[in-house]
Design a protein around this ligand. Sequence first.
Ligand code: CO8
Length: 260
Amino acid sequence: SNNKILVELDTSSGVATMKFKSPPVNSLSLDFLTEFCISLEKLENDRACRGLIITSAVPRVFSSGLDINEMCGKSREHYAEFWRAVQEMWIRLYSSNMVTVAAINGSSPAGGCLIALTCDYRIMVENPKYIIGLNEAQLGIVAPFWFKDTFVKAVGHRVAERSLQLGLLHSVPEAHRIGLVDEVVPEEKLQEKAAAVVAQWLALPDHARQLTKSMMRKAVLDHMLAHREEDIQNFVNFISKDSIQKSLSMYMEMLKKKKS
Ligand code: CO8
């Protein structure tokens, strides 16, 4: 598959833009995650590419998070394969040598919020309809420890504790106030702002910035890598429970009803 994510590299600036284009809501299916990892690896290995802007080509949604269909009514083998792909996406993005900026031009719940949090910097479009946060608790599921760690690193422990327990989806001004996003801009300024931020970060010597990034992220990354297999087993056991399957399918029903 090679059609859910558009990648463009501007060789003069060394900055690539990745646009999620998997309608209706850029949910993170196994195919999407696989394509994401392949695209990221290509850019990572391309010496002409030093920066990455991640944004959406779908109106009003950055990413709706993990594709709930991948977590409902499937085999344990499928759950394990899916979860490994989710981990792989995070590992690659969190440890990327590139400057990564999330240009969040729509709602970004759960796994969508995780992608944004995994970047170096977050810029969100001001729009009263957009929401962002780790709402897992609202679905009756629990954000994995490395989602939590990534969130805590951005907003601090107290804010994360409340937001995670309540599964809050924050408005844009609130997300800005708690430090979940770094900057808020009008839609028409987003691209320009994202390019300016990447340029600012790229003005430093790569090696110093990269080593600093890796020093700041090492503990969280090492902890995840040390518990990767255990995390897969936990996910498979948890998601296979009848009670969890029931919560997820009720949530999917709720999403579909809300529409009419
Ligand atoms: N997965 C699959 N389908 C989805 C998802 C999703 N995450 N989100 C939306 N859809 C579907 C809807 O059911 C709907 O389908 P249909 O057209 O058949 O009715 C279609 O996409 C369009 O959705 P909406 O009508 O809701 O679109 P809106 O533009 O009104 O709203 C939103 C967009 C805000 C993104 C909204 O769809 C939404 O809130 N979606 C749910 C987001 C969510 O809660 N995601 C959580 C996923 S779980 C996760 O990412 C981390 C899990 C960690 C696992 C830990 C376990 C141990």
